[in-house]
Design a protein around this ligand. Structure first.
Ligand SMILES: [Cu+2]
Length: 321
C-alpha cells in the first residue's frame, strides 16, 4: 500500500513514552525503565519491611518494654549511602541521556522553526517560503534540528514517541534534535499550562518519506490557488474585506496577517484548530459562525455573518489545497 497523508498510520495515539519511534525516544525510554526499576525496588523494600516489622514486632500480651537502642552506625551508613548512590547514578545517567538526546547544535541551522501561539503551532521552514500551522511535516530517517519559539506565553513542545520535551519561552531560541524512524502521524500536546485552551493545543507531526516530504515542501512553497467558481470568488472577496486578512496570510493575495495560522494551503490540512476537529465543510462553517462557541477564548473574534457569507468563505478555504 502506498502511504499518503490520508492513510498514514497514527502512531502513539496514546502519547506514550513507551512507544518510542526515534533513537532519542529510545534513550529516554532506557532511563525511564531504570527509574521505574529502582523506584519499584525501593517501594518493595519499604512495603516489605513495613509488613515484616508490623507482624514480627506486634504487641503481645505480657510484653515487657522492648530494649531501647540509640544510634546504629552501620544502619545509618546504609540509610544515607543507598539513596546517595541512587541519586548519583541517576544524576549522571540523566546528564548522559540529555547530552546524547539533545547535543549542542554547534553551527547547524534549524530545519524547521516552530512557534507556539495561544493556542496553535506555527511551522516555518528556513530556506523556503513554507509557513504552515498545526500539522507539522517532517522527513523520516534524517536528524532534524527544530528551533522552538513562543509568540506570547510559555508553551512546551512534547511528542512523547519522538523523544525530548522542550520549553518554548518568549524571547528565547530553544533547540531540539529529532530523528524519526518511520512514516506516520505522531501526536503530542503542549505541556506547559498556557491559558484557557491549553488542553486543546494538540500537536500532529506528519512524518513522511524524504520523497513525499520534498513533494509536500514543493507544493506548499507555491502561492495559493485562485478561487475557481463564483461562490469561492465571493468568499475570497469577503476574506479580504472582513478583516480576516489582517490576522491570516494567504500567500499570493493581499492577506498578510500574522496573528492567526497561515491559510495558504489550509484546504490540504486534515484537521483544524490544533487537532480539535477534522477539516470538514461542516466544521469550518461552525467555526466561522461562532469561533467562541467552538473554542472559547480563541483569539479570533465572532463575526456577524449570514449563512450565505459563511458558505462562501468556507468554499474558498476548502479550495486552498
Ligand atoms: Cu501552549
Amino acid at each position: 500500500m502506498k502511504l499518503t497523508i490520508a492513510n498514514l498510520p497514527i502512531i502513539a495515539q496514546g502519547q506514550s513514552i513507551f512507544n518510542g519511534a526515534s533513537p532519542q525516544a529510545e534513550k529516554i525510554k532506557s532511563l525511564d525503565y531504570g527509574f521505574i526499576a529502582a523506584a519499584s525496588l525501593v517501594l518493595l523494600l519499604v512495603v516489605g519491611l513495613t509488613v515484616f516489622i508490623t507482624i514480627r514486632y506486634r504487641f503481645k500480651k505480657d510484653d515487657a518494654e522492648p530494649k531501647q537502642t540509640a544510634g546504629n552506625r552501620k544502619l545509618e551508613i546504609l540509610m544515607v549511602g543507598i539513596p546517595l548512590i541512587l541519586v548519583i547514578v541517576f544524576f549522571f545517567w540523566s546528564l548522559k541521556t540529555m547530552s546524547a538526546v539533545n547535543p549542542d547544535r554547534g553551527r547547524n541551522k534549524p530545519d524547521v522553526i516552530i512557534t507556539g501561539h495561544q493556542w496553535w503551532w506555527q511551522a516555518s521552514y528556513p530556506g523556503t517560503t513554507v509557513n504552515t500551522a498545526n500539522e507539522i511535516h517532517l522527513p523520516v530517517g534524517k536528524k532534524i534540528l527544530m528551533q522552538l519559539e513562543a509568540a506570547d506565553v510559555i508553551h512546551d513542545w512534547w511528542v512523547p514517541s519522538l523523544g525530548g520535551k522542550m520549553d518554548m519561552i518568549p524571547g528565547m531560541h530553544n533547540y531540539l534534535w529529532v530523528t524519526i524512524d518511520k512514516p506516520g502521524i505522531y501526536e503530542g500536546a503542549c505541556s506547559e499550562f498556557c491559558g484557557q485552551q491549553h488542553a486543546w493545543m494538540r500537536i500532529r507531526v506528519v512524518a513522511q518519506t524524504p520523497a513525499d516530504y520534498e513533494k509536500w515542501l514543493t507544493q506548499h512553497s507555491l502561492n495559493a490557488v485562485k478561487p475557481t467558481d463564483t461562490l469561492a470568488r465571493i468568499g475570497a472577496a469577503l476574506f479580504m474585506n472582513a478583516s480576516c486578512s489582517s490576522c491570516h496570510s494567504i500567500r499570493g493575495t493581499a492577506a498578510n496577517g500574522m496573528q492567526g495560522p497561515d491559510l495558504t494551503h489550509f484546504g490540504s490540512r486534515q484537521t483544524m484548530l490544533t487537532g480539535m476537529m477534522d477539516n470538514t465543510t461542516e466544521n469550518i462553517n461552525k467555526w466561522l459562525t461562532d469561533p467562541q462557541k467552538v473554542k472559547p477564548g480563541a483569539h479570533m473574534p465572532r463575526f456577524i455573518f449570514g449563512p450565505d457569507s459563511v458558505r462562501a468563505l468556507t468554499a474558498y478555504l476548502k479550495q486552498l489545497k
